[in-house]
Design a protein around this ligand. Structure first.
Ligand code: AMP
Length: 473
């Protein structure tokens, strides 16, 4: 059995690895570390959760060790390795790992990504860093403002390359490649190797060593996969709640194909008594990080995410993933279920499917080259209760034009909460108009407290009082 000490990694790196609790290299690390240390280009096919970050980070730090110094001068800390990642979460995750692995070396890491104030990034870049982790768009902003200099970058890593292409980053990547020194080491990692990825590899990798630790386009063996067929689209939300309860899932990451769907599902699960939150691209970076943190700490049981937001989420020992929607792109199925069963742990990947989604399953099975077990799931749909007849909902157009008013200042917390049919709304059919006052912007986690509820705009006070059981105010 190989040990980290067999690779000739410097003592400060080995010390950090041991402090991380890593006892032996994972298969991708065993293959990648020696090859990257030799300075070879690499095309790595590795699923998430295989330890690929350390697979490239440790040998990169080793190669940079001769340049490590404790000087305070930024000129002594030029960018020597650039890591490009498709999403902020993944960039942040890689940065956190690099910082840990480098903490005894004197080498510095920094991260830049969009969606947050750029000013603190100027400061970090001005101080100097040997390893820079970046999302392509924000890096181009810095290059445009000349706040970063890549003229001494001798190593480039393209992580989650397939996702970069999916997200349309190819032109940005090409622009970044054009400002890097021609002579450099290139590493490209991708969970899947579609033809476009091979084409991209052909354009910038130089005689690469191919490292493939899992069979191409195969899903982790240690993940139990099941598909549950429900009678209608409307039944899917109830099915998710039922599966979480029936299987007693301690924590679960649920995938939705749309941001609005993610927000709505999280709210609905909350109403159903499950502690849930949503994470997607319409949320601010701060909100996303806080939501992720709460989930990692176990404070949130269900995290509903879109594919983009879920990239780079490294949640150790996530027991289960549920596809509320089957993904439109079959390859996303592999990315999604790679979130569970990480680093050798076993996991559960469940999918709910309505009749209209069956063609998506066909695509997934084609990609996996095998059938997935499908069983029917009877869900109990709570009867849809309408608001009292006297309350006419304003027409949809009116709701869109007027921002919903919050009632926080006039309602005592808890008043009318449980008995009020308007506030304790049952499952909304998917595709129906959003519940009153809910829209893509108000995806913030529903707290369950009355303060967070909204009422339709221009609700006459009398009607509102009726809703609250005759309470006058
Ligand atoms: P990654 O695939 O790089 O996102 O890593 C997935 C998880 O595995 C992270 O939480 C790492 O900290 C962890 N990990 C990486 N390498 C090892 C190792 N050799 N032993 C144990 N855990 C590891």
């Amino acid at each position: 059995m190989t040990a980290f000490s067999d690779y000739g990694l410097a003592e400060p790196i080995l010390r950090a690895v041991s402090e991380m609790g890593y006892r032996e290299p994972t298969p991708i690390q065993a293959e990648a570390i020696p090859v990257v240390m030799q300075g070879r280009d690499v095309m790595g096919a590795a699923q998430t959760g295989t330890g690929k970050t350390a697979g490239f980070a440790l040998p990169i730090l080793q190669r940079l060790m001769p340049m490590a110094n404790t000087s305070a001068s930024p000129a002594r800390h030029p960018v020597r390795a650039l890591v490009l990642a498709p999403t902020r979460e993944l960039a942040d995750q890689i940065y956190v790992n690099f910082r840990e692995y480098a903490k005894h070396t004197g080498l510095r890491a920094a991260v830049v990504y969009g969606g947050v104030d750029i000013a603190p990034q100027y400061l970090a870049l001005r101080k100097g860093c040997e390893v820079l982790i970046a999302t392509p768009g924000r890096l181009l902003d810095h290059l445009g403002q000349k706040t970063v200099n890549l003229s001494q970058a001798e190593i480039l890593v393209l992580d989650e390359a397939d996702r970069m292409l999916d997200m349309g980053f190819l032109p940005d990547i090409q622009r970044i490649l054009s400002v890097l020194p021609v002579k450099r080491q290139n590493l490209m990692f991708s969970a899947t190797f579609a033809n476009e990825i091979r084409k991209l590899a052909g354009t910038f990798l130089n005689d690469p060593v191919t490292i493939e630790v899992a069979a191409r386009n195969a899903t982790a063996d240690n993940v139990e996969q099941s598909v549950y067929k429900v009678a209608s689209v409307e039944a899917k939300r109830a099915a998710v709640a039922q599966l979480i309860r029936d299987r007693d899932l301690a924590q679960v990451l649920v995938f939705s194909n749309t941001k609005i769907g993610a927000g709505r599902l999280a709210r609905q699960l909350e109403l159903d008594g499950l502690n849930a939150a949503a994470i997607h691209g319409d949320k601010s970076q701060q909100e996303r990080l806080a939501t992720l943190e709460a989930f990692k700490k176990g404070e949130t049981r269900v995290l509903v995410a879109t594919d983009v937001a879920a990239r780079g989420l490294d949640i150790v020992e996530l027991p289960a993933v549920i596809n509320y929607d089957l993904p439109y792109a079959a390859e996303d199925y592999i990315h999604r279920i790679g979130r569970t069963g990480r680093a050798g742990a076993s996991g559960v990947a469940l999918s709910v499917m309505s009749p209209v989604d069956e063609r998506l399953l066909v695509e997934i099975e084609k990609l996996l080259r095998r059938k997935l077990p499908v069983e029917s799931l009877d869900v109990v749909l709570p009867a849809r209760r309408e608001p009292p007849g006297r309350v006419d909902r304003p027409p949809r157009v009116a709701r869109e034009r007027h921002a919903p008013r919050r009632v926080a200042s006039v309602l005592p917390t808890g008043a009318g909460q449980s008995s009020d049919p308007f506030f304790s709304r049952p499952y909304e059919p998917a595709g129906a108009a959003p519940a009153q006052g809910e829209d893509a912007q108000s995806d913030a986690k529903t707290t369950g407290a009355l303060e967070s509820r909204t009422v339709p705009p221009r609700q006459p006070k009398r009607q509102l009082a009726a809703l609250l059981g005759g309470k006058k105010f």
